[in-house]
Design a protein around this ligand. Sequence first.
Ligand SMILES: [Zn+2]
Length: 342
Amino acid sequence: MTWHRLTICVALLATGCANEQPAEDDRAGRSLSSTSPTSVAPRSDTPSSTAPSSAELPSSVPTNMARPAELAPKQFTDDDFRRRVEELRTKLLDSGFEEDRFHIMVVRPFVVIGDERPEVVERRAERTIQWAVTRLKQDFFRRDPTAIVDIWLFKNKESYERNTQKLFGRQPHTPFGYYSPRDEALVMNISTGGGTLVHEIVHPFVAADFPNCPAWLNEGLGSLFEQCGQRDERIVGYTNWRLRGLQRAIRDSKLPTFKTLCLTSTDAFYHADPGTNYAQARYLCYYLQEKDLLRKYYQQFREAHRQDPAGFAILQEVLGEADMPVFQSRWERWVLELRFPG
Ligand SMILES: [Zn+2]
């Protein structure tokens, strides 16, 4: 039961991710989630095993290329969604698929297209996509994605690889799934679990809600929720497979400072990752979440990013820390006490 793992993405031109190596013990979680029909349902209490995110998609273009924040995003109507569904039906027929090969449904602000049995697609749409969208919007995102984003749920590796090539003209760069702003699509091998899906769902929301969000926070949030459940009706991330490498880097004194992490450019975050960027960002977000400061930080940073584009000064302010190196030492000791599985 469970899920999660994720991928990521950004990028203008959809491909080219920096692959991360899965932790050895993730294989079990992956196969478990791939065979369990309940794998899409978020856990409500304890952490679940998970698989890693594999490809985090870098981009030479910041995620903030979306429209200026001052322009109100378009509100899509029922007719807009109906039109998109019809476009997809036509695209599938034109691509040679039989009419009932894919089940299509609207889960605002997305359209979901899956080639599993209709009831399975509907269950994933309800238990993973709608579940996550509702809670992410409740706590973080005031704006929907600026386009109707399609979520393709391919039932297995073979379907994922063959149909990604057929429909998008390229091979996927990750075995799990990715978000392509160019195609306005999340493309998933859903047999690997729902974690990647929730991670990817975060990105089009961040692009619309906080267009200047730096990569470290965009990925910190995405990867936080790649293993998640709910607490007091709110979405929360759990410890996951990224913990082990982070603890190793801490023990080896190889972790960059938070100031360095925050000041890392989008390009460097993806292309010059010392191997800890995702995990450090994730567990900083996890710490903020556990101190009930994550929503406050995200909201304050979003509102004041012009004064502090990296978010470091706001981080220090929200944490109430006079000395960030001292805080980092304390945070590192806290991280070393975390466990996965919990
Ligand atoms: Zn991501």
